[in-house]
Design a protein around this ligand. Structure first.
Ligand code: GDP
Ligand code: MN
Length: 391
């Protein structure tokens, strides 16, 4: 789960990292309570920052550095009217304005090459760290220890202190990413986290009762739909913790998709679009989920009104049972009995049994269905679906 800047900053503060004085302004603000928020903050100058689940707000007019008491209500309203890179504005943060001497970059995330977390630091932070060819100090971290071997590569002892606190935050909060960009060095040489990007590791939810207090959110940065909430609750199933079947994002189109496996699924979305079809959703199950989970997911996917087709697609599974997962899909198809075309492409363990189940289901319910195994590419099969819909 990705956190908003203000939520990330609260976590930083919990671990002793300095953050600017600030407060949240909600969408339902009015001229009176906004002045109260401003007055309570009791700061000289302030900045306004949209809260969205994406970076680059500075470049996209999502930050106002020259607001005043007189213009604050209009300024906040203008920020709520924005969409930053397609993202819904959750709230607006008002913060004391920092007097910046220098902007640094500091982050910790997993390095997939060395397969351990790595601390990344640069004395040149701020906007555009990705685009510029900056010099970074990289220090691999050992999750068994709170101390950091090699920390002295960071020259400034104040930055070292922030780095150690950030490492403690990463470990105890079960983060996947913690990034401070910029870590502001003020003109009086205080080091303050002026921004926060935090992603939590969803698999650690069992030891974080407090995560339940975070408002639900989607990758698109808007509030989740009813179907998205339903889908995400599938993986919380009490009786079975195995496999994933709760990844579901609702979209505008009318072709339902049920994918298995992550990487190929993204390519599938492109193949769908290049055949003139529009996805009703993005979803994917993986990790050999039991029949019940796939059943529930399929029910959610097919509950969207006005569908025109269904594409069930996946590569050659390594260990996910095609039989078990197809049984879940078949259970749902038996109930829903769709009349629109369905194309299936799948292979892997127990694929023959899985395809037999699908054939029997098609016969029982008189489905308009085409089945493909590994001899056909996934993108070929979506072409077939387009043909079936258009005839
Ligand atoms: P992002 O663009 O979404 O990463 O938003 P940031 O919070 O990182 O802000 C972008 C830039 O705005 C920073 O790199 C700073 O240059 C500037 N900025 C943010 N907060 C302040 C502030 O309090 N004072 C000043 N002078 N500049 C700020
Ligand atoms: Mn930033």
């Amino acid at each position: 789960m990705n956190l908003y800047e203000w939520e990330g900053k609260n976590l930083f503060a919990k671990h002793g990292i300095k953050i600017p004085k600030g407060a949240q302004i909600k969408r339902d603000f009015n001229n009176d309570n906004i002045i109260k928020i401003y007055t309570d903050l009791s700061v000289e100058d302030f900045v306004l920052k949209v809260q969205v689940l994406s970076g680059k707000r500075g470049k996209n007019k999502g930050i106002i550095l020259n607001s005043t008491k007189e213009s604050i209500a209009d300024d906040v309203k203008s920020l709520f009217d924005l969409q930053i890179r397609g993202q819904f504005v959750e709230s607006v943060r008002i913060e004391e304005k920092l007097n910046i001497k220098k902007e640094h970059y500091l982050s910790i995330t997993y390095d997939s090459k060395i397969k351990q977390p790595v601390l990344v630091y640069s004395t040149d932070g701020g906007i555009d760290v990705e685009d510029n060819n900056l010099e970074f100090i990289k220090i691999p971290l050992d999750i068994r220890f709170k101390n950091v071997v090699g920390i002295e590569k960071i020259e400034d002892e104040n930055v070292r202190d922030v780095a150690l606190r950030l490492w403690e935050c990463f470990l105890t909060e079960d983060a996947r990413v913690v990034e401070i960009n910029p870590l502001v060095q003020t003109i009086d040489d205080k080091f303050i986290a002026a921004d926060a990007k935090v992603a939590l590791d969803d698999d650690a939810i069992f030891r974080h009762e407090e995560w339940k207090t975070y408002e639900p959110r989607t990758m698109l940065g808007r509030k989740p739909t009813k179907r998205e909430m339903l889908a995400s609750s599938i993986d919380e199933g009490q009786d079975y913790y195995r496999g994933t079947a709760g990844k579901y994002i609702e979209m505008e189109g009318d072709i339902a998709v049920l994918f298995s496996g992550g990487g190929a699924s993204i390519a599938n979305m492109d193949a769908l679009a290049s055949n003139g079809l529009k996805a009703a959703n993005y979803t994917e199950y993986s990790g050999n989920p039991p029949r019940e989970k796939v059943y529930e997911l399929t029910k959610v996917v097919l509950s969207k009104p006005d569908l025109k087709g269904l594409w069930i697609s996946g590569g050659v599974a390594n260990f996910t049972s095609v039989k078990e997962t197809f049984q879940g899909i078949v259970d749902a198809l038996n109930e829903i009995k769709p009349t629109y075309p369905i194309v299936v492409r799948r292979a892997g363990p127990e694929e023959d049994e899985g395809m037999d189940l699908m054939r029997a289901c098609a016969k029982d319910n008189n489905l308009n269905i085409a089945l493909f195994g590994k001899d056909y590419s996934m993108s070929e099969t979506v072409k077939k679906l387009a043909d079936m819909i258009n005839t």
